[in-house]
Design a protein around this ligand. Sequence first.
Ligand code: SF4
Ligand code: SF4
Length: 295
Amino acid sequence: MKEIVVISGKGGTGKTSIVASFAALAKNIVLADCDVDAADLHLVLHPNIKQTSDFSGGKQASVITEKCTGCGKCQEVCNFNAVLFNGPANDVVEKTCTIDPISCEGCGVCVHFCPNDAIEFKDAVNGQWFISDTRFGPMVHARLGIAEENSGKLVTLIRKEAKRIASEQNKDLLIIDGSPGIGCPVIASITGADIVLVITEPTLSGKHDLVRVADLTAGFNIPTLVAINKFDLNPDIAEQIEEDACKRNVRVVGKIRYDKAFTKAQIMKCSVVEYTGSAVSQDVKALWRNVTYAF
Ligand code: SF4
Ligand code: SF4
């Protein structure tokens, strides 16, 4: 089973639309949406959810009001200003402490120092992940709670589950919609992949992002390909991107013209290759052919 991860330097480059088109063009695949901070592959693929599980990225402290004596020790030791003196009265004191779940980093220091064992320390539920069926094959995806972090851990979980399904069902290919940027989630998306395809745009930020992402994938020794989306909006910068890619031994395997069909396909909740057979669809098909040659 081969594994391709599609990433971009930032969001909004058309990455997910291209992944959806690959899903339509490929055979015998599993899909994984590892862009957990802005998951939207499900909007195009309409997954039929078969299994839902909670995701816990760490621990969460909470005060047991009845046991709290309002001594303030937890507030004193918390380095994240997560403890508030705004809790309700109990049989002993007028005011107790509470913990702001958004600010709490789950370090456990307050739990250790509370003299009355008045702080619970449970697994936090930071989101949910799903195993679904789509018209192109199984898909593993997730929804992270608002302001939740630890998305690198969730990405690792999604990839692991997608690989398990691919192995159990004898699939030939795992297509991953990776996280944008160069942080922890994207590293979790790409490590150990067979190929990384970077989607970029002909803008100055797209050019800089490509260099950063290419340096990142080179650091992990992963064969890297590039596609320039909307290349015809700025042919000069598109050419500079090709030169930058060449200097880094990164092959440009596709250039996709600007076409409103991408947006129209999204509105119709399908991929561009399903929506139209026009020139832009041929660009995406040519890109897919070149990607498959690279395996
Ligand atoms: S340390 Fe424990 S008892 Fe003291 S205020 Fe905090 S929760 Fe309440
Ligand atoms: S677990 Fe850590 S971050 Fe959370 S309230 Fe306690 S001391 Fe603060």
